[in-house]
Design a protein around this ligand. Structure first.
Ligand SMILES: [Zn+2]
Length: 356
């Protein structure tokens, strides 16, 4: 009788411990990977406006604000607030405000001189001056560059690489998830002859997981000088609507470039606590300079079966996460503490109360 009681107790104890703890440290099929593009988007798109025209500024800033989209504006630093060609340019106050609202201000050289018209030393001087001037007026670091006139060669590319994180050419094309050269990024030129093809650009990027950079110049209600690189306000509005509907991640060049570098240099590791079955954690780390490389990476996590709702936290703060078809998407800045994923439910609530 005593023996039977003992056996029943033992079975009960084992059953209870399995209910509460399950098998310690088992991953139950959880996997984690870093999404190619933020949010698990199908592709990436950057809107990159050259020269800094006032007409473009006044036209596109409100349209982008309505869609909550940020773009890159590449200014000719010594000409800001003046005139380029025959067109007026936006001033530093406007660019500062744009930057405060999340837009990127890139360098388009100090004087718009083409790289093949200056020596390597003069080029370095132009880049240094442009970078310092923009930073002084905007207050933030300058990460992106655009070759004036699209001109570049091997030597100038190497000089540019000393100053910026990425550079855009006017070479026609898309960039793969890992661009061949961050200092020779390809782009699609927005000009009247290309307007009929622009929806196709977004489709191509979305279908093939590419990074589309659109290189734009004048956008507005009128084109007084018959400038070729022009897009009307109506066409721009329609295009932004289309781009926004394609599931692309739309972000400035410098943000996408940092995402790429972080994605290629970060490691996501899973760990499973011994005493809990309703929780696991992820560390996302790299050896990059965190003061520059702080763009959130999207983690794609396969959840155990039946985990339909989870709580995601890091350093005691709740992180935004979204569950779709058993996959959890988390946006997290690397090197920013352990990310804890907990199955949402009564047990996790109790465990939370007692401080697990
Ligand atoms: Zn230009």
């Amino acid at each position: 009788m005593v023996c039977l009681m003992k056996r029943v107790f033992l079975i009960l104890a084992i059953t209870l411990s399995m209910l509460c703890l399950g098998q310690p440290g088992v991953d139950r099929g959880v996997t984690v990977e870093i999404a190619t593009w933020q949010g698990g988007a199908s592709g990436a798109a950057s809107l990159s406006f050259d020269d800094g025209y006032a007409e473009t500024y006044n036209t596109v800033i409100p349209i982008l604000a309505e869609k909550n989209i940020n773009a890159t504006f590449n200014v000719i630093s010594v000409k800001v607030g003046g005139v380029y060609g025959e067109l007026g340019l936006a001033d530093w106050g406007q660019w500062r405000k744009a930057a405060e609202n999340g837009h990127e201000i890139g360098s388009h050289m100090a004087t718009h001189v083409h790289v093949d018209e200056v020596s390597a030393a003069e080029l370095a001087g132009e880049l240094e001056s442009s970078k310092t001037n923009i930073k002084k007026n905007i207050g933030s670091d300058v990460l992106s560059f655009v070759y004036p006139g699209g001109a570049y060669d091997r030597g100038s590319r190497d000089v540019v690489a000393n100053f910026f994180l990425s550079a855009r050419t006017s070479d026609d094309g898309y960039n793969p998830a890992v661009p061949a050269d961050m200092y020779l990024l390809k782009s699609k030129t927005v000009a009247e002859y290309n307007l009929p093809h622009m929806t196709g650009w977004a489709d191509e990027a979305s279908e093939n997981g590419l990074w589309l950079i659109e290189n734009l110049h004048l956008v507005g209600g009128e084109n007084p000088t018959g400038y070729g690189f022009y897009m009307s306000t109506d066409d721009f509005t329609d295009h932004i609507d289309y781009l926004d509907s394609q599931g692309l991640w739309i972000a400035p060049q410098g943000v996408v470039a940092r995402y790429v570098v972080e994605r290629e240099n970060s490691v996501a590791n899973l760990s499973f606590p011994v005493f809990r079955q309703d929780s696991f954690s992820i560390t996302l780390s790299n050896n990059l300079d965190s003061s520059v490389f702080n763009v959130p990476l999207t983690l794609v996590v396969t959840l155990p079966r039946g985990w339909n709702a989870v709580r995601v936290s890091s350093r005691g703060e709740t992180l935004p996460g979204r569950v779709s078809k058993g996959i959890l998407y988390i946006d997290a800045v690397p090197n920013n503490g352990r990310i804890i994923v907990t199955k949402h439910g009564f047990i996790s609530y109790l465990a939370g109360l007692v401080g697990f």
